[in-house]
Each structure stands twice: as structure tokens, then as C-alpha cells.
Design a protein around this ligand. Structure first.
Ligand SMILES: [Zn+2]
Length: 395
């Protein structure tokens, strides 16, 4: 400890060296190709929490330094430091004398900050001005406005923005989204018992995307509510041609419609056969265990439980799924006694644990997985990209 003055000097020297080096880096910060963002990122890592404001004030916004300020703003946003990104972008607008195009560009960046920070009102009032402009600024602003309307579930506004965007390369994507906006409105009206208005919305939804299977699911529900069972069946069977992966979503409604005029838990012979043939046809297109289980139920009514179980077992040989296995165990467990019953119970709990909390649906675009069906991917924001998972742990 006798050498403490020496240690103190050494620490001071390191500190001063770091401070000088930092000053030099700040002064010489200019765009230098691919290392530029890396440099900025490095600088931000070293920067204490409150240092952004002095930094943006120190480096005057000129035509030469504008890129640096913009890069810093977008880097901060990417890192989730939204308040700091707002400081950077607001500072540019407040202090710089820029050409009109550059101003619009910075305003767009600021709107992005507000949107991500959840300041929707501020984002909206900026964007309402920007969508009146032209070119890239208008297109990007329309996309951001669309995001706001989606978040706020203001579907009429979303439709309006979507219609502006549904041109050129974006036609298919936005037409499909608009169809889903109408479905959202139709579902909400349906929940409130407004069936005629709901049907109107569905008509619009079909106009924008006739292959949207969700349209048929909503329309099927409307027909069921009205007691139009044969119409419900006709509408729901369209899903086979629209997008057969969603047939599984229609099974409960089809079961209701086909057995509507029969005794509870039953289904009359002619309907049973028609329904079974349709499901067998669907099974050829999508090997879904849910479809197999409904067919097995129909076979059980027609013949007996053993015939139903045999149908499931035959399907599982070719397309093994954990859900099919648990169903098969279920069918055998009642008849089993003693040790074999114990073993089946153990097997059943193993199989159930295997699929518990596993994703049953997956986005075909970004891979997001969830346990319930959603029409809007919460991760990549695409409409109609989530499908049931097929395979060992899924359908
Ligand atoms: Zn996605």
C-alpha cells in the first residue's frame, strides 16, 4: 500500500487517455462504409446513459453530419432506446436548415419512433400530413398509418389505407389484408347478433379475396346461427378448395350442421355417409388427425367402437401423431383391467406431457408458434399466414 500515489496516478492516466480518445472519436465521426454502424454502436456502448443529448447538441446538424444524426437515431431505435431516438430526431428538426425532402424524411423517422414507443396520437398527427405527400414518403407513411389502425382495431381506417397500398407488387398482400379487415368487422357484428350486417361485411371480404378460408368460416357460423344448416354445410365445404389446411377449423361447425335434425349426439344415416365421404376426401389433401378422429366417431356410430379405433390405428401407422396416440389409448383404457390398465394410464400421461404447451399453429412466413389459431401474426404482422401444424406433435 506504500505505492498508493503511484496507483492513483496510473488510474488517472488511464481515465484521461480514455476521455481524450473518446473526444477524438466524437470529432472524427463520419460515414465510413460498413464500419460506420459498427463504430456508432461501439460508441453508444461506451456512452453513459445521459450522454445522448450533449452528443447531439455538440455535433451541429449540417448537410455533412445529417447522415450521422440519422444513423444514430435509427440505431437507438433498433436498440429499443426510443426516448433517445426521439431526442435525436426532434433535435434535427429543431436545429437544422434542411431541404424539404430531408425534412419529410426525418419526420417519417420520428413517426416511426412514436409508433414504436406507443405514442399513437403523435405518430398519427405527423403521418396524416405525410400521406398527403408523394413517392416513398407517402408509401411508407401509409404503411405506418395502416399499422396504427390495426393496433387500434379501426378496421375502416385500415381498409382505406390498404386500398391505397394495394397496387403493383403489393396488390395480393393488401387485398388479402383488406379481406381480413372485413372479416374482423363481420366477426364483431356476429358477436353482437347483427347477422345481416355481418353478412354484408363478408360479401365485401369475398370481393377482396375469394380464397380467404376465414370468409367461409364466418359465413358458416352466420348460417348456423340462422338455422340454415344446408347452407352452412355448403359454405363450409368451400374451404376444401380455398385452403384445405383450414378444414380442421370447420369440423365442429360441420358436425353441428350435419347432425342438426338428429337426436343429440347422433347423426342420421344419409348425412353420416355424405359427411364421411367429404372428410375422407379432405384427408387425402391434408393428413390431419382431427379429421381422422371425426371419421372414427362416425364409424363408431355406424359400426362400433372397435371399428373406430381400428381406423385411427391404421392412420397412425402411416402418419403417427401424439394426439392420435392419446385418443387411441383413451378408446382402449375403459376396457383394460389390472396391470395393462395401469400401463395404459402411464403411457397416456407421458403422451399428454409430450404435447402439453406445444405450439399447435405456426406462421408460414416468420415461424411464430402459438397454441391458438390467429389470423394476424403478432410477430411478422402478416394476415392469413398462420396455419395448423401437421406432423408428430401437431395435427
Ligand atoms: Zn409471422
Amino acid at each position: 500500500m506504500d505505492n498508493w500515489p503511484l496507483y492513483l496516478l496510473l488510474v488517472l492516466a488511464i481515465g484521461i487517455g480514455w476521455w481524450l480518445g473518446r473526444r477524438e472519436r466524437l470529432k472524427s465521426l463520419k460515414p465510413v462504409g460498413s464500419n460506420y454502424y459498427q463504430g456508432l454502436s461501439h460508441l453508444l456502448n461506451e456512452m453513459p446513459d445521459r450522454a445522448v443529448t450533449p452528443f447531439v447538441e455538440d455535433l451541429e446538424v449540417t448537410r455533412d453530419t445529417l447522415e450521422t444524426h440519422l444513423a444514430l437515431g435509427s440505431l437507438l431505435r433498433r436498440r429499443g432506446e426510443l426516448e433517445k431516438a426521439v431526442v435525436v430526431h426532434e433535435n434535427i428538426l429543431a436545429t437544422a436548415k434542411l431541404e424539404i425532402d430531408a425534412v419529410l424524411n426525418v419526420q417519417l423517422e420520428l413517426a416511426r419512433d412514436y409508433l414504436l414507443a406507443g405514442l399513437l396520437d403523435r405518430a398519427e398527427s405527423l403521418l396524416m400530413v405525410l400521406i398527403q405527400k408523394s413517392g416513398r414518403v407517402r408509401t411508407e407513411s401509409l404503411k405506418l398509418m395502416l399499422e396504427i389502425y390495426e393496433q387500434e382495431k379501426e378496421w375502416q381506417g385500415a381498409i382505406e389505407m390498404g386500398q391505397f397500398l394495394a397496387v403493383g407488387d403489393g396488390t395480393e398482400k393488401y387485398e388479402s389484408a383488406i379481406s381480413h379487415y372485413y372479416c374482423e368487422m363481420a366477426e364483431s357484428l356476429l358477436q353482437h347478433g347483427k347477422l345481416a350486417q355481418s353478412r354484408e361485411m363478408i360479401r365485401e371480404a369475398i370481393g377482396h379475396d375469394a380464397n380467404n378460408a376465414r370468409v367461409s368460416l364466418v359465413l358458416g357460423r352466420i348460417e348456423l346461427e340462422l338455422g340454415n344448416y344446408s347452407d352452412a354445410i355448403r359454405v363450409l365445404r368451400r374451404i376444401y378448395d380455398q385452403d384445405a389446411v383450414y378444414v380442421v377449423e370447420s369440423l365442429d361447425m360441420l358436425k353441428l350442421a350435419y347432425s342438426a335434425n338428429a337426436a343429440p349426439g347422433s347423426i342420421d344415416g344419409a348425412n353420416r355417409e355424405v359427411f364421411k365421404q367429404y372428410l375422407l376426401q379432405c384427408l387425402k389433401r391434408t393428413s390431419s388427425i382431427s379429421i381422422v378422429l371425426v371419421i372414427a366417431e362416425l364409424i363408431e356410430i355406424e359400426q362400433d367402437a372397435e371399428a373406430g379405433a381400428k381406423f385411427i390405428a391404421n392412420h397412425l401407422k402411416l402418419n403417427p401423431t401424439v394426439r392420435g396416440l392419446t385418443q387411441l389409448i383413451d378408446l382402449h383404457i375403459d376396457k383394460a383391467r389390472g396391470v395393462s390398465r395401469q400401463n395404459l394410464l402411464i403411457l397416456q400421461s407421458f403422451a399428454e406431457a409430450l404435447i402439453a404447451d406445444k405450439a399447435a399453429y405456426r406462421c408460414q412466413r416468420c415461424g411464430f408458434g402459438g397454441t391458438k389459431m390467429r389470423w394476424h401474426c403478432p410477430s411478422c404482422k402478416r394476415w392469413g399466414s398462420i396455419e395448423p401444424i401437421f406432423g408428430l406433435e401437431g395435427e
